[in-house]
Ligand binder design. Sequence first.
Ligand code: M6R
Length: 600
Amino acid sequence: MCGIVGYIGELDAKEVLLKGLEKLEYRGYDSAGIAVRNEDGITVFKEKGRIADLRAAIDTSVEASVGIGHTRWATHGVPNRKNAHPHQSATGRFTLVHNGVIENYHLLQKAYLKGIQLASDTDTEIIVQLVDLFVSEGLSTEDAFRKTLGLLHGSYALALLDREDADVIYVAKNKSPLLVGVADTFNVIASDAMAMLQVTNQFVELHDKEVVLVRKDGVTITNLEGTVMERAPFTAELDASDIEKGTYPHYMLKEMDEQPTVIRKIMQAYTGEDDALTVDPEILAALNEADRLYIIAAGTSYHAGLVGKEYFEKIAKIPVEVHISSEFGYNMPLLSEKPLFIFISQSGETADSRQVLVKIKEQGYKSLTVTNVPGSTLSREADYTLLLHAGPEIAVASTKAYVAQIAVLAVAAYVTAKEKGIDVDFDLKQELAIVANNIQTVIDRKDDLEKIAEDYLKIARNAFFIGRNLDFCVSLEGALKLKEISYIQAEGFAGGELKHGTIALIEDGTPVFALVSQKAVALNIRGNVKEVTARGANACIISMEGMAEDDDAFILPKTHALLTPLVSVVPLQLISYYAALHRRCDVDKPRNLAKSVTVE
Ligand code: M6R
């Protein structure tokens, strides 16, 4: 995780860096820092806490037009000022920011840096000390940087300043995202284009293990062997307003409100000239040829994958396995003869998923990434990509990306079925149009959902979410949403499973949210609700029109049975949001988390 930025040009570097870090804060927010270089040398400002704390600590009289910055999600060393980036070498000549994890930092320290007193507990500091060491042994800074990179095992996006040379920022990446932004009178670097849209929308992609020298008037990219690589910039198709909160108090609220639009955008993006839903023929061929799909994902994306399995099996008749990425890579099951791997990832940067992608590629298997971020690592490295078209998702809690993932998987399964000549008895486009309206209907009832949050969760210590079939998949997501932003301990269960142990936790007043949107199991889940209420639970039933009963707390508009997750998740998102607000939690930036999890 962590976000890095850099600027070299004519403007006040401090302000560009701080604004950039504010946009990257979603990547980590436990401490932050910047280093700027001027004729007096390099000045470092760093603070524990948010970018706002860093901003307050900066001496505005220091003027500089070169600098680097970092916002941190701690991996090595507790979040404090000492461990905040930038880190400096013992001589003070070199200053570095780093996103990633250096796995062999202890070995490098023992092998090369025995006599050096380290100033932090981080893996990062080893890198900057090594560069200094190799320069002191006679190498140029570029050669020392290159030699250091050759010793590192792990992931990194790096930016290095040399006190003795104001004209260059040394940059490299491996497995962590990093882009160079280009313009006529300056150049920038950033973990995400969003951070530098303030100054440019032209970006150059960097590849792993390249060495990049960023100067005010040019960028030189070389590969490991030193050969110069030419690469044209691309235009970041992002609108600055997409990444602003506007009048919303939180990104999460804005992003939940965008969900009807996201569904409509997906329908538009996947509609062909004949007005029918369509998917890239190469992807269709890959789906058609596969004898089994392996969906690999983490967190919310994994929950979307569970719904996707139902689509590919029920609509397209292809067997599917869904796996948690952090488990799959180190404990691969027996694979079928012609597997296709589907990576679902909002960010396209999740390290747990990427390690699986690397492994299955080594074994020669084909892969498809379903992501919100074009050009992200998982998108670049997979054979095919399906985009979510959800627009940037900034809140750490994923909402609109979840519904987008499910909708795109539905489209892919549906079009595959049609291609296979399977008789599908519904018109997905028509049903998705209904879904968009139904989501809006739920969103328009925010007051009711706020009241439910207050009634059921205001003093709750824990909560359960139950459902059967597709409702079970959604209950897992509902529980994740609630716990990650309100810190109420919450678990999702298959309705029939509670009585096999967990029902022991039900006490007077324990909130149990039950979803009733699947006709075939509606009576069964209502039976499970009776079991928990008999033991004192405060049950909140969220049912669907046609299956509703008098005492149900919230009734969802009627939706196609396979598409109910797209609608039933929305009240759970909003209930979680209001529960978190009641507890005065930082909704967009929950503790201990970060949006993009680029460490394993
Ligand atoms: O970017 P990804 O979809 O790969 O991220 C996976 C998870 O880290 C993510 O879904 C996480 O669980 C969310 N914070 C949940 O709201």
